[in-house]
Write a new protein. Structure first.
Length: 221
């Protein structure tokens, strides 16, 4: 078998690996077995992935790179941009729910993969946190990490419902993200005035000061 003769893509290698992990277990599956099932050489496997763990989380690496590129572009509303990034992640995994569910089961069964999953979730949260601090200079770090953590938690709650076998349309996550923005006081559609609103323009008291400044700048041009 030679690398040049192999038509397999990284996605097909991932699919072959998940199939083997599901049928015979993660620990019992060797790199050689994955390479053979995917029709690639052992050297190609290690060139595409670092090891068996990396195969399981290959999609996340791809999505994280895509999110970083998306958030590097200018966005009129940083809070909405973070929510749209969350929707992009959900759409990626919902596009092939069966593969995502099989991977979820494997991760639940293997302690080292569960630990890797926790670190991966934190990386998504960190991407959102870092972006908000860049996009909103002067934003209180507690507001940045608080919103990043809230959106990540909401996203994971809805995604896990999908991974456990429910039919969960994208609209469910969209409504949950809208509610999260309203709870945080940053939804682009203003709520009805409340008694505790700050009387500068009608901004909820819970809205971060950096977001108040951003909206005033936009309004005043």
């Amino acid at each position: 078998m030679t690398d040049a003769a192999s038509p397999s893509t990284p996605a097909s290698v991932v699919a072959a690996a998940i199939e083997l992990f599901a049928s015979q277990g993660f620990d019992a599956t060797s790199v050689e077995q994955i390479a053979q099932a995917a029709g690639v050489s052992r050297s190609t496997f290690f060139r595409q992935f670092g090891g068996k763990e990396d195969v399981v989380f290959a999609d996340h690496e791809e999505v994280l790179r895509s999110l970083a590129a998306y958030l590097d572009r200018p966005h009129p509303n940083p809070w909405v941009a973070v929510c749209e990034a969350s929707m992009r992640v959900y759409r990626h995994f919902a596009a092939d729910p069966e593969l995502a569910r099989r991977r979820y089961v494997i991760v639940r069964q293997v302690p080292v993969l569960r630990e890797r999953e926790i670190l991966t979730v934190f990386r998504y949260e960190r991407v959102f946190d870092d972006y908000l601090r860049r996009a909103l200079p002067g934003l209180d770090p507690l507001d940045a990490i608080g919103f990043a953590a809230l959106i990540t938690a909401v996203h994971n709650h809805v995604l896990r419902r999908l991974l456990r076998g429910e039919r969960v349309p994208q609209s469910v996550l969209r409504r949950a993200l809208d509610d999260a923005m309203r709870r945080f006081g940053v939804h682009p559609d203003p709520d009805s005035p409340a008694e505790d609103d700050v009387a500068v323009a009608i901004f909820p008291r819970r809205m971060p000061a950096a977001e108040v400044a951003r909206r005033l700048r936009d309004t005043l041009g």
